[in-house]
Ligand binder design. Structure first.
Ligand code: SF4
Ligand code: SF4
Length: 399
């Protein structure tokens, strides 16, 4: 079957499932709404979720997960690679133990190799990431479902589609559509850290994706452009799940100086954002983020905090890629900066290491091994050299 024909057929299937037929395994109709929680509907999926969801990237604590569910959160976001599989395993165990699988929406993601020169998916393995073939996609999906102890995900993302080409890559797109048709997932989407506005628009225009998980915060230089793309998604029934809402400011600098509630509220002031997935690791963070739902309006003090932090940018990599061409070895510096953020900002060295491991040797931290002094300048004032040095010290494989 030609791709175009397949897409149209699949799109018809998607819309039939999403709009006309009763949704399978719907849980929220049976559930009384919690008055302390602000809910939004995730576009044409019809899933009703609190504006605060749980990004289960930095913890596999069953107690924290159970507490979040007890408080009424009903959407857990994970990925095949998070905590090297322990995030999914922990979610699977908790949902089995509590008997809450049918009351909770579980989203997971499949990360496949890309060619860092062209910025496109590649069928070849790259770093420790398997090549972007249908076989690898399906194998990782089965692995995720096994860990989750479930026969389906609620949302399945093609992980880290960082441009329109990746969104439209036939192999991954068709594999995701087929997984949906086979009932392995109820809805499909893409996640994006780079060129976020472009990815959102491409995902909407592809007419098969239901959700985009998008990096969005008030510190991004492209926030206006992304906000417009989010509005476009809303008009077209595609849900937006916002990630990286804090701009990585959790531990860097003076944490007390950063207003986390203000950051979350700023993201949620965009109606097209259905929910947010901060990566919480403590009961205090859970309580703080939950308290945002008491009132989504920014106080005067919070407005001031947004303005101040916006000006300082808080050491946040904008993924503008202006640094890449300065490096004689073409190292994927934005991904190194993301690994640094996971390690130093989120306190999650395991995910930092996984991020480094997905890079091929010639474009990753290994390429920095012979470089004693890094002269690459960041357009936004990040000290790339000192961050690279710190990563090398922390991860001995790359020292
Ligand atoms: S120039 Fe700075 S902000 Fe831009 S991608 Fe490089 S490290 Fe990130
Ligand atoms: S340390 Fe050397 S190889 Fe690594 S990013 Fe800097 S200039 Fe490039």
């Amino acid at each position: 079957m030609e791709r175009r024909e397949f897409l149209l057929k699949s799109a018809a299937g998607v819309f039939t499932t999403s709009l006309a037929a009763p949704l399978p395994r719907m849980a929220t109709e049976e559930k009384q709404d919690n008055p302390k929680i602000i809910y939004r509907v995730m576009g044409r999926t019809g899933l009703k979720v609190p504006v605060l969801s749980f990004g289960v990237m930095n913890t596999d604590s069953p107690e924290l997960l159970k507490k979040a569910l007890e408080m009424g959160l009903n959407h857990l976001d994970t990925a095949n690679g998070y905590l090297r599989g322990n995030s999914e395993t922990s979610i699977g165990r908790v949902l089995k133990e509590t008997g809450m699988r049918d009351k909770v929406y579980v989203a997971t993601k499949i990360f496949l190799a890309r060619d860092w020169n062209t910025g496109k998916f590649t069928l070849e393995d790259g770093g420790r990431a398997p090549g972007a073939t249908a076989e690898n996609f399906n194998r990782l999906l089965e692995q995720s479902l096994g860990r989750l102890q479930s026969d389906h995900a609620d949302i399945l993302y093609v992980h880290a589609c960082d441009n329109a080409d990746m969104v439209n890559f036939e192999t991954t797109l068709n594999a995701a559509v087929k997984a949906k048709e086979a009932g392995k997932t109820r809805f499909i989407g893409v996640s994006a850290h780079s060129k976020v506005a472009e990815v959102i628009r491409a995902a909407v225009d592809a007419r098969v994706y239901d959700v985009v998980e998008a990096a969005f915060n008030f510190q991004r230089d492209d926030r206006e452009e992304v906000a417009q793309a989010i509005a476009y998604a809303k008009e077209n029934g595609v849900a937006i799940v916002a990630m990286k809402t804090q701009g990585g400011a959790r531990r860097e600098g003076d944490p007390a100086a950063f207003n986390h509630k203000a950051a979350l509220k700023w993201v949620l002031s965009h109606e097209g954002v259905s929910t947010t997935i901060p990566g919480m690791t403590t009961f205090e963070q859970l309580a703080l983020n939950y308290s945002v739902m008491a009132d989504l309006n920014l106080t005067d003090e919070e407005k001031k905090a947004v303005k101040l932090s916006s000006a300082g940018k808080g050491g946040f990599c904008q993924d503008c890629r202006a640094c890449v061409s300065q490096c004689p070895k073409g190292v994927e510096i934005p991904n190194l900066m993301r690994a640094y953020l996971y390690s130093e900002g989120y306190g999650n060295p395991s995910h930092a290491e996984w991020t480094l491991d997905t890079l091929p040797a010639e474009h990753g931290l290994l390429a920095c091994r012979e470089c004693s002094a890094c002269s690459v300048q960041c357009r936004n004032g990040l000290n790339i050299g000192s961050r690279v040095k710190k990563l090398k010290q922390q991860f001995s494989l790359y020292a």
